[in-house]
Ligand binder design. Structure first.
Ligand code: CP
Ligand code: NVA
Length: 347
C-alpha cells in the first residue's frame, strides 16, 4: 500500500546496546499504514523501534498478561492471514498476536480459500481489504506479495516468501539481543542455504551494524542483488557482511550461530541432491569450538535434526530455539500494533 522508505540512515544511528532503555513517548508512529515485505523496508531507526517496542511489550505482558489484552484501537479490526505454504509457528503466532490486540484473526490456510480459484490478485486483494485491516501472507514469489501490497490499501505483511522471512528476522534479532546484548557488537554466522533466511539475516545485520558471515555452497549463494543492496546499507551503518563458502571463517569468533533447512518449502523434491551438496554445512558441537565462548544457536524451525544441525546442538544449553519461536508472537504483536495503529500511537 504505502511507499516503502526504509533502507537509509536518515537520522543518527540507533543505540543497539539499549533496546531495553526506559519507555519513551515516540514522537509519532512512522509505521502506521505501512507494509513490511522485507526487513529493509525499515530504516535502522525503525528496526530499532520495532525491536525495542517488542521487548518492552513482551516484558509488560510477562509482568501482567491482563494489562496487555484487547487494547483499543484494535477491537473493531480484523487481520486476514493467508497461508499458501504449511506453517505451525507463523499461523499460531499471528493468530494469537491479532487476538491479543483485540483484533479478529481470519485464517485462510486451506486449499479452497483466498487465491485458490484463479481469481486475479487485484480482485482478491480489493475484496479482502473491504473486510480486513491488515493482510498477512505466506506465499512463493516475492513479486506476488509485492503485487498484493500494491493493490491493498491496508498494511501487508510478508509471513515468508521464497526470498524473505522478515517476521522471523524480527524475532531472531530480538532473541540475539536478549541473550547476547549490543547487536552492533555481535558476529552472526549463518551456514547453509542462501535462502530466504540468509537474505533476511543479511538485511537485519546491515540494519543494526552487525558483523555477519554467510557461508553456503558455491551454487547456493544468496541472490547477488540482495547482497549488493545489503552491502550498500552496510556501508552506511558500519555493518561488515561477508558472503562466501568458508564455513570455518564464518564460525570463527561468532556469537550467534544459525542454520536452516537445506531444502525449503517448494524445493522438497531437491532434498537428496541438496543433502549431498550441503553435508559439510552442518552445525555440530565442533562448530562451537570455533565460535566465541557463550555463543548461542538459533534456527527458525522446523529443523531437520541430523541434517543441517545435530541433536546435540539443538538440545544444548546454548540453543535458544524455543525462545526464538516464542519471540515470533511478541515481535508480530508489536508489528501489527504499529502497522494498524493511528500515527499517534505510543509504546
Ligand atoms: N519458522 C517458521 O516460520 O515456522 P512455520 O513454518 O512453522 O510457520
Ligand atoms: N527456509 C525455510 C524457512 C521455514 C520457516 C523455508 O522457506 O521453508
Amino acid at each position: 500500500m504505502s511507499e516503502q522508505t526504509g533502507g537509509t540512515l536518515g537520522q543518527s544511528s540507533p543505540n543497539w546496546a539499549a533496546l531495553d532503555a526506559p519507555a519513551v513517548e515516540l514522537a509519532g508512529n512512522p509505521l502506521a499504514g505501512r507494509d513490511l515485505l522485507r526487513l529493509m523496508d525499515l530504516t535502522p531507526q525503525q528496526f530499532h523501534m520495532v525491536l525495542s517496542t517488542a521487548l518492552y511489550q513482551k516484558q509488560a505482558w510477562r509482568s501482567d498478561p491482563a494489562a496487555g489484552q484487547a487494547s483499543a484501537p484494535y477491537q473493531r479490526q480484523a487481520v486476514g492471514i493467508i497461508l499458501e505454504k504449511p506453517s505451525l509457528r507463523t499461523r499460531v503466532s499471528f493468530e494469537l498476536a491479532a487476538a491479543r490486540l483485540g483484533a479478529h484473526p481470519v485464517v485462510m490456510a486451506d486449499s479452497n480459500s483466498a487465491f485458490s480459484r484463479g481469481e486475479s490478485l487485484k480482485d482478491t486483494t480489493m475484496v479482502l481489504e473491504r473486510f480486513v485491516d491488515a493482510i498477512v501472507i505466506r506465499s512463493f514469489a516475492q513479486s506476488r506479495v509485492e503485487e498484493i501490497a500494491q493493490w491493498a490499501s491496508v498494511p501487508v505483511v510478508n509471513a515468508l516468501t521464497d526470498d524473505f522471512h522478515p517476521c522471523q528476522g524480527l524475532a531472531d534479532f530480538l532473541t540475539a539481543y536478549e541473550h547476547k546484548g549490543n547487536l552492533s557488537q555481535l558476529k552472526l554466522a549463518y551456514v547453509g542455504d542462501g535462502n530466504n533466511m540468509a537474505h533476511t539475516y543479511l538485511e537485519g545485520a546491515a540494519l543494526c551494524g552487525m558483523q555477519a558471515h554467510i557461508a553456503t555452497p558455491p551454487a547456493y549463494q544468496p541472490q547477488p542483488l540482495y547482497v549488493q543492496q545489503c552491502q550498500e546499507l552496510a556501508a552506511a551503518t558500519g555493518a561488515r557482511l561477508t558472503v562466501d563458502s568458508d564455513v570455518e571463517a564464518a564460525l570463527s569468533e561468532a556469537d550467534v550461530l544459525i542454520t536452516d533447512t537445506w531444502a525449503s518449502m517448494g524445493a522438497e523434491a531437491e532434498h537428496d541432491e541438496r543433502a549431498a551438496v550441503f553435508k559439510d554445512y552442518r552445525l555440530t558441537a565442533e562448530s562451537f569450538k570455533l565460535a566465541r565462548p557463550g555463543a548461542i544457536f538459533l534456527h527458525c524451525l522446523p529443523a531437520h535434526r541430523g541434517e543441517e544441525v545435530t541433536d546435540e546442538v539443538m538440545d544444548a544449553p546454548c540453543s535458544k530455539i524455543y525462545d526464538e519461536a516464542e519471540n515470533r508472537l511478541h515481535a508480530q504483536k508489536t508489528l501489527l500494533s504499529l502497522l494498524m495503529a493511528p500515527a499517534s500511537v505510543t509504546r
